[in-house]
Design a protein around this ligand. Structure first.
Ligand code: 13P
Length: 251
């Protein structure tokens, strides 16, 4: 089986001001620097205004930086948008795309997510493409078909294991304290890997993260599930101690 190093990613969402972000990122960078060899990569994705200061604060440490979204364009008359070139300039190596909150709040379609991922790839950014069903879709027995459709529509041409990470985030588990059971996660991650196999030649090497109410108390169980290659963490990524404890649950 392909060797996949776990990725522990923090999605700060619309939280934190400059001082909070600097404290959090510096604490994580310090822990990583002091930890020596660890079996995971660690990433923080602050809100846009914090990218430059946080990027400066963690420069030279193994802590990676990512954006929470980007435009599908590189520059120009697109008020309010942030281009992948700008993310790169701020020190980002990753960008989260197609998060369910953006799909819901901003009406982002699979096609738009694919266009954004293509633009991110062109700048050398790794796209973390999010997929996941709503509670109603799961109850209707549609979870697997919904996720398969999102994957097929959101993966751009040229996607591969080096430039793309998938995050499975069941919408009903985000910020609710409810997590999918390890059995459900195992089944969905196997399904995602099989679907990736239809589109990518190196599907076995793509990292597939789980997201949705991951916290220190459930991380070890979730991270031990087959085909789970890390976590995309919201609420619990805002406290250095909790986020670090989640990472430490990786073996
Ligand atoms: P929570 O960890 O707060 O449930 O959020 C998950 C998420 O949406 C990460 O992108």
């Amino acid at each position: 089986m392909a060797e996949r190093r776990k990725l522990i990613a923090g999605n700060w969402k619309m939280n934190g001001l400059k001082a909070d972000g600097l404290d959090l990122a510096s604490s994580l960078a310090g822990r990583l620097n002091g930890a020596g060899a660890v079996p995971f990569d660690m990433l923080v994705c602050p809100p846009f205004p914090l990218l430059f200061p946080v990027g400066e604060a963690i420069k030279g440490s193994p802590l990676a930086l990512g954006g929470q979204d980007c435009s599908f364009k590189t520059s120009g008359a697109h008020t309010g948008d942030v281009s992948p070139v700008m993310l790169k300039d701020a020190g980002c190596a990753f960008v989260i795309l197609g998060h369910s909150e953006r799909r819901a709040d901003h009406g982002e379609s699979d096609a738009l997510v694919a266009a954004k991922a293509k633009a991110a790839h062109a700048e050398g950014l790794v796209a973390i493409i999010c997929v996941g069903e709503t509670e109603a879709q799961r109850d209707a027995g549609q979870a697997e078909s919904v996720v398969a459709g999102q994957l097929a529509g959101s993966l751009p041409e040229g996607a591969n294991a080096s430039n793309t990470v998938i995050a499975y985030e069941p919408v009903w588990a985000i910020g609710t304290g409810k997590t999918a059971t390890p059995d459900d996660v195992r089944a969905m991650h196997a399904h995602i890997r099989a679907e990736l196999g239809k589109a990518l030649s190196d599907a076995g090497a793509v990292r597939v993260l789980y997201g949705g109410s991951v916290k220190p108390s459930n991380a070890a169980e979730l991270m031990a599930v087959e085909n789970v290659d890390g976590a995309l963490v919201g609420g619990a990524s805002l406290k250095a101690e909790d986020f670090w404890a989640i990472a430490a649950a990786c073996r």
